[in-house]
Design a protein around this ligand. Structure first.
Ligand SMILES: N[C@@H](CCC(=O)N[C@@H](CS)C(=O)NCC(=O)O)C(=O)O
Length: 212
């Protein structure tokens, strides 16, 4: 049995980010399927989210804390720049991605377009229509950052790239997202590079399944 366990579902962008960090560092782990809010007393997230991780007798939640812990604890390529300004830029992007991009991209586009239909729930087209301009604005910021490239915080892959790549994967799975992404060539080049990383490719999740 692996000493490191990730609790969550593979479709979650934050679970994917966590798995990418582990794979970038070459850390063996076990993914234990767990829906948000499940887990009971033994692996509970006080805010009902995933992922939660366990490393030996140490349990942790919140993906920023988890991925920083992974980077600091295990040998392997650094996922956080040593340079303080590059590190600050990485932190800026992680915060912006989680606080501003996740909501419109995942909750207001991907959920109503892909997840709710699979669950038999109705899709509010107004929510999607209102999200698209917000997503375009955010993509234009990523485009400007990635033009000098090659990565969000400079020359090397950092945790910021690991937060964004899974989100944009799901955006591209929607027809509207695919059209929007086509407007941003630097984002496209970066996505191609990220898509070639083993840590990304081996964790591409299955599509949400229609309930039987
Ligand atoms: N701040 C949390 C966010 C985690 C999060 O939002 N996870 C999503 C899945 S990608 C979730 O659990 N959603 C369930 C819900 O909001 O009810 C983190 O960084 O880990």
């Amino acid at each position: 049995m692996s000493e490191f366990t990730v609790f969550g579902v593979p479709q979650s962008t934050y679970v994917w980010t966590t798995r990418m960090a582990l794979d970038e560092k070459g850390v063996p782990y076990e993914l234990k399927p767990m829906a948000p809010g499940a887990g009971g007393a033994s692996v509970s997230h006080p805010f009902g989210k995933i992922p939660i991780v366990r490393h030996g007798d140490f349990t942790l939640y919140e993906t920023v804390a988890i991925t920083r812990y992974i980077d600091r604890t295990f040998v392997g390529p650094r996922l956080q720049p040593a340079d303080t300004r590059a590190l600050a830029i990485m932190d800026q992007w992680i915060s912006a991605i989680s606080d501003y991009a996740y909501q419109p991209m995942i909750r207001e586009l991907v959920f109503p377009r892909l997840v709710y239909p699979a669950m038999g729930r109705p899709t509010d087209e107004g929510v999607i229509a209102a999200a698209l301009p917000k997503i375009r604005t955010q993509l234009s910021l990523f485009e400007a950052a990635l033009k000098p490239g090659p990565y969000l915080a400079g020359d090397a892959v950092t945790l910021a790239d690991l937060f964004l790549a899974p989100i944009l994967y799901w955006v591209e799975m929607t027809p509207e997202g695919r059209l929007l992404l086509a407007e941003f060539p630097a984002v496209g080049r970066w996505r191609t590079a990220m898509g070639k990383r083993a840590s990304y490719a081996k964790n591409v999740p299955p599509m949400p399944q229609k309930a039987a």
